[in-house]
Design a protein. Sequence first.
Length: 133
Amino acid sequence: LVEVGASFSITKSLFFGGHGLLVLSKNSFSKKNESYFIGGLNIHYNLLPNKRVRLLPELAYSLGDYCTCEEENPHRRKGLHYLGVGFGAQFPLIKTDRLYFNISFMSHFILNRLEEKSVFHRYKVGLVYRFGQ
């Protein structure tokens, strides 16, 4: 899983942005490696706006082709809509409050009417760099 994202602050606590996910997975039937894409918009809310540590519930709306549904799991299905619900924590690594260690999770619920759909969960550990203040 590779993720790229950017967001900007609307207020001291509220952030709006976009994200793109490249999902690399092996189909359970064909055993073939495949790549899928999910991209969309997200909103974060910092529960601790006056602290250096950031606790961030997150909501996202995305479009993509990663289907965790039906018998052939996973497989490509164009035109999927996802609702993402997640939570994360960011810890500053240096005193300038620009570089953060990030740990978070997000659950992606497929909104399309499909039989036997399941939720796609992702867990992240990484770095966040804040440009500007």
